[in-house]
Design a protein around this ligand. Sequence first.
Ligand code: DAH
Length: 339
Amino acid sequence: MRGTRVVQMDVEQLEQEARSALEQAKSLEQLEELRVRYLGRSSELKLALREVRDRETGMRLNALRQSLEVALGEKRSALEHGELQRKLLTENVDVTLPGEHFVEGHLHLITQIRREVEDIFLGLGYMIVDGREVETTHYNFDGLNMPLWHPTRLPSHSLFLNDDVLLRTETSPSQIRVMEAQAPPVYMISPGRVYRRDTTDATHSPVFHQVEGLAVDRGISLADLKGTLLHLMRALFGEKRELRFRTHFFPFTEPSIEPDVSCHMCDGAGCPVCKQSGWIEMGGAGIVDPNVLEFVGYDPEEVSGFAFGLGLERIALLRHRVPDIRLLWENDLRFSRQF
Ligand code: DAH
């Protein structure tokens, strides 16, 4: 009887203490600590339950255990709910807010122009061919009908790796490689870097870009060349551009010409960009020399072709009135970002 009373006192006190502790728990971690303390395996209650000898005490302790478990469960849901509310309030993301701006890069001006030219010729049904920056004298000179005495064959003009291998001086060797690889008709352009042993100044760079063009088919004439280049120039410099041909000489074309485009700045009236002439030189072109066609095994009696070579830097400088070619190579972002 006495023993039971003692347990009864303890039980009441324990119940009170546990309930008020549960009540005050502020977090799930605290609650877990309380669970261990009051209902864990070595808690006072569990130890007492293990030692119980009489039914009445056993029932009473069990009732306490159950009611504490219920209270604990309720408190846990309450805390979990509170936690969720807190997260919803503090960790929400407003997806309608404007994003944080980050600096985007863009393509270099030369790359932009190269792609523009590629698009124009893709629209005409041409294929785009990658040439080789390291070429043999066979393709860079022999195939292009360059006489042995031609100055670009000299190490003082061109960058040689050995007697027969050099950094190509123009994109024209692509013509030879393409014609060797396939039968006519050919409609291709080949853009890329070329190398010359030039000293850098406002209009020269030892590395620059050209785009080569070649069309070989039955009955190709200068008129086709003119129409094609006029289309290109109008796409690059505006619909009002006109084209004129001046005679010239290149070993791989006969006749050879240099195309001029009417100045896009002054419409031909004369200005500093066109050096007051109203016309701007755009590169080299001509009708493919029969020797070149024979070199690749084409029959000059059956097919003819035109070819042209233009400088991409030149197009960029003219179009944007950039005064110095070196600006295109210096990678100064204050310059590059303008395009
Ligand atoms: N390869 C010449 C140069 O770099 C440019 C050129 C002229 C290319 C006439 C051609 C052409 O295809 O027909 O100066």
